[in-house]
Ligand binder design. Structure first.
Ligand SMILES: [Zn+2]
Length: 326
């Protein structure tokens, strides 16, 4: 099965298919826009199609030709994926050099070659400069597809060497209709769309991670702490949840609390507004900033693979939260 074209990507697909028809597919295509809109899926659909031996007959990969079989076995020789190295979170110059060596060899299956770079923001300075050289004089028949949630973080010269295809959050009705057809979607999940800033694939991830359960637990903990209960008791209550989930919910709720303080009406957790209002009562803005800083530190610690003691981390979080809301 080829990667599905999502209903809010029709215009972008139309753009690339007409570029292909005119034999003008850009050497470097930058897929830009918020996460959770299926940019990677779109990139794969495009690359799979172009590498398929029957690409002139269909507008998607056939799934059965030898090229498609190689792809399905993840051994297609004309496709190169650049992703951050584990641990460092960066795409480094050695990876670009390996790609360049590969790019100057002739395409083995005769349908051109594709490099997928995701996320392009992960290119470090040296790697970005090396890639830029490659984009300035692209190896014959090689196409680059870059994916970026925040294209503003890329070198301006990389952006200007690429043709940008923007992805935008779909209208709520389009997103809701699509979500309603996905397995596992329940009516109570519709509040997630707003929390996810309108990004439907982010909603799917949240469903999978039982986001609403985590939020219920975090709101309970907030209210326990606001009522003066002990941080240790609160930590015990929330310790059933994964620390990543707890932190992500807390960050999202605090951003909403800051929006409220500033009179911004664009509240994401609108369905629990009453609880947010009572929580924010008498809490100076600065305390939320300080809690937010602490949460970002905790998240970085978890991401670093340092494997911190989770119980202690949750207790630390509850102590900080108690200081903020008390
Ligand atoms: Zn095929």
């Amino acid at each position: 099965m080829p990667a599905t074209l999502l209903p809010w990507q029709l215009e972008q697909w139309e753009t690339v298919t007409s570029q292909v028809a005119a034999n003008r597919l850009p050497h470097a295509l930058l897929l830009a826009g918020p996460s959770g809109l299926g940019k990677r899926q779109f990139a794969n659909r495009l690359i799979d199609w172009r590498l398929c031996a029957l690409h002139d007959e269909y507008e998607e990969a056939c799934g059965t030709c030898p090229n498609c079989l190689l792809r399905l076995a993840e051994t297609h020789p004309d496709r190169f994926v650049l992703m951050p190295e584990e641990g460092s979170g960066q795409i480094k110059i050695d990876q670009i050099r390996a790609m360049v060596d590969w790019a100057y060899q002739t395409a083995q299956r005769g349908e051109g070659k594709f490099v997928l770079i995701e996320p392009a923001e992960a290119l470090n300075q040296q790697a970005a400069n090396a890639l830029l050289k490659c984009l300035e004089e692209p190896p014959e028949g090689t196409h680059f597809v870059l994916i970026a949630d925040t294209p503003g973080q890329l070198l301006p010269t990389i952006r200007s060497r690429s043709s940008t295809l923007f992805f935008r959050t779909p209208q709520a009705t389009v997103a809701t209709d699509w979500l309603g057809q996905q397995p596992g979607f329940q009516p109570n999940h519709s509040v997630l769309l707003q929390i996810a800033g309108g990004a439907p694939l982010a909603v799917q991830d949240m469903i999978e991670a039982d986001y609403l359960d985590s939020r219920r637990a975090v709101l309970r903990v907030f209210s326990m702490l606001k009522n003066g209960e002990s941080p240790v008791a609160a930590a015990a209550f929330v310790s059933q949840q994964l620390p990543d989930a707890v932190i992500s919910v807390m960050v999202s709720l605090i951003l909403d609390l800051l929006r409220m303080v500033r009179g911004d009406r664009n509240i994401r957790h609108e369905d629990v507004m009453d609880q947010l209002v009572s929580l924010a009562d008498n809490v100076p803005e600065l305390r939320w900033f300080s809690l937010l800083d602490y949460l970002v530190e905790c998240r970085a610690l978890l991401a670093s693979g340092a494997n911190p003691n989770r119980q202690l981390m949750m207790e630390g979080l509850c102590i900080r939260t108690a200081e903020a809301v008390g």
